[in-house]
Design a protein. Structure first.
Length: 261
């Protein structure tokens, strides 16, 4: 484990496991590094650096801290600096994929291979979930959690796996912290910048993702030169967990095909 200090005094925590080429893991909105717990072992051949984004897990923020995906990317750089890691592979899913985009845009020398999962460029024109999809998430807690789980996983998988689930949010976050994450994710807009990404990039998306419509993955692949999108048939937002037998080997092969040295 390591703790880095951001320029504004925020403490950014990362859980570091294993040996091999460094691989930064970036979780979704309002989730800590535990987002990765169910599949972390799939990347055992790498030194995985799972970051607690600002105010998740053991990361803290001073009063008045900026909340934006671009700022979260700078926090990741602070973690890499603290660890003495000059360059790392990056795998970001959902809001973590938005953070990963800014890492690759603003800090190209720090990124080896880049994997963007179930994410979007954001900005005007980006496909968004309809009110019928996200509306239930604003309801009473038990119903909202169930609605979120149904966006993450297929009904058959939920029936066979009664939980608890690691992708439904960090229970330790305050309401203002959750609002900060929600605002950062909603305001993300790298639409006109992602074309400058030079890192070898793989885009992965579930074909049945209603939370972040599948067209977002296809558009990312169109906007980042030399990138192809891999659609996982039948998968919803948390493709990486339910369809790990397809997704994890795909990502590992891609990273191995693009070594850091």
């Amino acid at each position: 484990m390591t703790d880095a200090t951001a320029p504004d005094g925020a403490k950014i925590h990362a859980d570091v496991v294993g040996a091999g080429e460094p691989l930064v893991l970036l979780a979704g909105q309002a989730n800590s590094h535990h987002w990765w717990d169910p599949i972390r072992a799939d990347f055992a051949g790498f030194r995985t650096i799972a970051v607690d984004t600002l105010v998740t897990g053991a990361s803290t923020a001073p009063s008045g801290a900026e909340f934006s995906t671009r700022r979260f990317a700078r926090d990741v750089v602070a973690v890499l600096d603290e660890l003495g890691v000059a360059r790392a592979h990056v795998y970001g899913t959902s809001m973590g994929g938005k953070i990963a985009q800014w890492l690759a845009v603003d800090h190209p020398g720090r990124v080896g291979a880049l994997v963007l999962g179930c994410t979007t460029t954001g900005g005007p024109g980006a496909p968004v979930a309809g009110k019928d999809v996200v509306g239930p998430l604003a309801g009473p807690a038990p119903a909202a959690q169930r609605a979120l789980a149904e966006l993450m996983f297929t009904p058959a998988w939920l029936a066979a796996h009664p939980g608890p689930y690691s992708v439904l949010g960090d229970d330790g976050m305050s309401l203002p912290a959750r609002r900060g994450h929600r605002r950062a994710s909603a305001d993300h807009d790298a639409r006109e910048q992602v074309h400058s990404i030079t890192a070898p990039t793989l885009v992965v998306h579930g074909s049945e993702d209603l939370f972040c419509p599948t067209e977002n993955g296809e558009e990312l692949a169109e906007r980042i030169p030399g990138t192809a999108v891999h659609l996982i048939e039948g998968a919803r937002h948390a493709y990486f967990e339910e369809f790990r037998e397809e997704a994890s080997p795909l990502v590992v092969r891609f990273l191995r095909d693009h070594p850091l040295n």
